[in-house]
Write a protein that binds this ligand. Structure first.
Ligand SMILES: [Zn+2]
Length: 58
């Protein structure tokens, strides 16, 4: 079971959540300004349908 701490919704299965595939993003901080590197990997992201909070990443 998945529980959203933000809006107190509970889901029995992960497929009840909103699912998207996102590019893997890494924030690199070396010295003066942070840079965002977009990696080659894809991440599966699950979001709460109530509030949009990310509840799981794989
Ligand atoms: Zn929520």
């Amino acid at each position: 079971m998945v529980h959203c701490e933000n809006c107190d919704r509970a889901y029995e299965h992960a497929d009840e959540l909103d699912h998207e595939t996102a590019d893997e993003v890494t924030l690199v901080e070396d010295g003066e300004k942070p840079e965002i590197q977009i990696g080659t990997g894809k991440r599966d992201v699950w979001r709460c349908r109530g509030c949009g909070s990310v509840l799981g990443v794989r």
